[in-house]
Write a protein that binds this ligand. Structure first.
Ligand SMILES: [Fe+2]
Ligand SMILES: [Fe+2]
Length: 184
């Protein structure tokens, strides 16, 4: 499998998780306090799976290799991708702060949750579109077979270091459970 195919497969899970996040945020805003626990689990997924593991593979392995092979960083597509990862991190922190405030008794904070989830979803969906349809197409043409195989190994290492096999499985199970609850 090409490294970019691995990342595009992960994008599919991320897009499902964004839909669940949106529903859970709306549930919280309409007074369902139990949704706060689900939001905690989802935000942990966005920090652990999406940011550390998925963005880790892009930032530590794929992007540096593309820069070496002539794709511009500053003022180019890699710079844009990196800054969008950073915007996403800030929004996840903001949403977590709001959820924590709700759990701490500030009921009014719940009303702001859907708005920030909407920003986050918008940023990440557009980001994924750009990666899948532009950057990864270009990347697949730039990586020869040997380098692509090495990168798949690097991805495995990054995943082990940041998440670990058991946790990876647990994330997918959590998504399945919450998909049943919010999307069926
Ligand atoms: Fe990315
Ligand atoms: Fe990505």
């Amino acid at each position: 499998m090409q490294p970019t195919e691995i990342l595009s497969t992960e994008h599919k899970s991320i897009l499902v998780a964004l839909k669940i996040l949106e529903k859970a945020g709306k549930a919280l805003a309409s007074g369902d306090l139990a949704a706060a626990e689900d939001l905690d689990r989802l935000l942990d997924f966005f920090r652990g799976f999406v940011d550390q593991c998925h963005h880790g593979k892009e930032e530590l392995a794929l992007f540096p290799e593309l820069v070496k092979r002539g794709v511009p960083k500053e003022g180019g597509p890699i710079g844009v991708m990196l800054s969008e990862h950073e915007v996403g991190r800030g929004l996840v922190r903001k949403i977590q702060d709001l959820v924590n405030a709700v759990k701490g008794g500030e009921a009014g904070a719940a009303k702001e949750v859907p708005q920030f989830i909407g920003y986050y979803r918008g940023v990440l969906e557009a980001h994924i579109q750009k990666e899948d349809n532009v950057l990864f197409v270009r990347a697949a043409g730039l990586l020869d077979k040997t380098r692509a195989e090495e990168m798949v190994q690097e991805f495995d290492r990054i995943e082990q270091e940041h998440v670990g096999a058991g946790k990876h499985e647990a994330y997918h199970q959590m998504l399945e459970t919450l998909k049943e609850r919010y999307l069926s």
